[in-house]
Ligand binder design. Structure first.
Ligand code: FPP
Length: 272
């Protein structure tokens, strides 16, 4: 189990925070609800988009840190289905930001051997943004060092509905029978198929909700809520979140006595 309280650790330099992490107890998959961009901008008297643009820097910090630590999967909630209810001007600007992010970042993703994938009802995105999503997905499809999944026009309930619909179609056409359907099979129909479930969910800005994100996949995930607004959530904050995660005991329904102290066995149980 990792040592040190958050207050003891927060004054340490990033290099030390990083070296104090226990490699065997790192999450394999981190999911993030990037919240607080609007408030960050409002606090500075700036338009909301300034917060979203600054939030891109935090996304870069997370990608770099995951890659350095060998964390294999990072899933970020960039645009929910509910976000379509925002004013048209903000939606358009967010779509343009997504497009310019993909244009700017493609080379860096390739250099960092990062696979980019989008999940959600992406066909509802504007044509030019969707074309960039598909292009970056194609050009990074052969990488496996880090799997960056961006949730766009995403809703956890719709994802489950879409999966169930396809299961029902396969049952109707005889590919499967209803009695074969179990958790593993349903998981195979989700958009995150092939990724381990997130070990750690981070939500910034002080909100303590899941907001329809990865509802199935978060069943056993450790939650980390921080008041820090997303544009301020940088490498140092992410390292503190990882230390907090390493102090937790993950039991997956078992008792403390049943869990071995051997970190490898604990990691193994994460996929159970
Ligand atoms: C929530 O903050 C944030 C969003 C709806 C958008 C998140 C988008 C980014 C960080 C940039 C785009 C990312 C990529 C990968 C292109 P909010 O606007 O709800 O903040 P508030 O609650 O303070 O108003």
């Amino acid at each position: 189990m990792a040592k040190g309280t958050e207050t003891e650790l927060e004054h340490l330099p990033d290099s030390e925070l990083k070296s104090l992490l226990l490699p065997d107890l790192l999450p394999r998959h981190i999911a993030i609800i990037m919240d607080g961009n609007g408030r960050w901008a409002a606090q500075r008297g700036l338009p909301r988009m300034a917060g979203h643009t600054e939030g891109i820097k935090s996304v870069r910090d997370m990608i770099n840190l995951c890659r350095e630590l060998g964390i294999k999967a990072l899933t970020i909630y960039a645009f929910s289905q509910e976000n379509w209810k925002r004013p048209a001007a903000e939606i358009n600007a967010l779509m343009m930001l997504l497009e310019s992010y993909l244009q700017m970042e493609l080379e860096a993703l390739i250099e960092k051997e990062t696979r980019f994938r989008a999940i959600g009802r992406v066909s509802t995105l504007p044509e030019s943004a969707l074309a960039w999503v598909r292009k970056v997905e194609r050009e990074t499809a052969h990488f496996d060092r880090l799997n960056l999944t961006v949730a766009l026009s995403y809703g956890g309930r719709s994802e489950i509905v879409d999966a169930v619909r396809r299961l029902a179609e396969d049952a109707r056409n005889g590919t499967i029978t209803p009695d074969q359907i179990d958790e593993d099979m349903l998981e195979g129909y989700l958009s995150t198929h092939g990724l381990p479930d997130p070990d750690l969910l981070i939500r910034t800005s002080g909100e303590t909700r899941i907001s329809n994100f990865l509802l199935w996949q978060l069943a056993y995930t450790e939650m980390y809520f921080t008041p820090t607004l997303w544009p301020d959530f940088r490498r140092h904050d992410a390292l503190l979140a990882l230390h907090d995660y390493q102090r937790r005991e993950r039991r997956f329904g078992q008792t403390c006595d049943q869990l071995s102290d051997h970190p490898d066995e604990k990691v193994g149980k994460r996929s159970a």
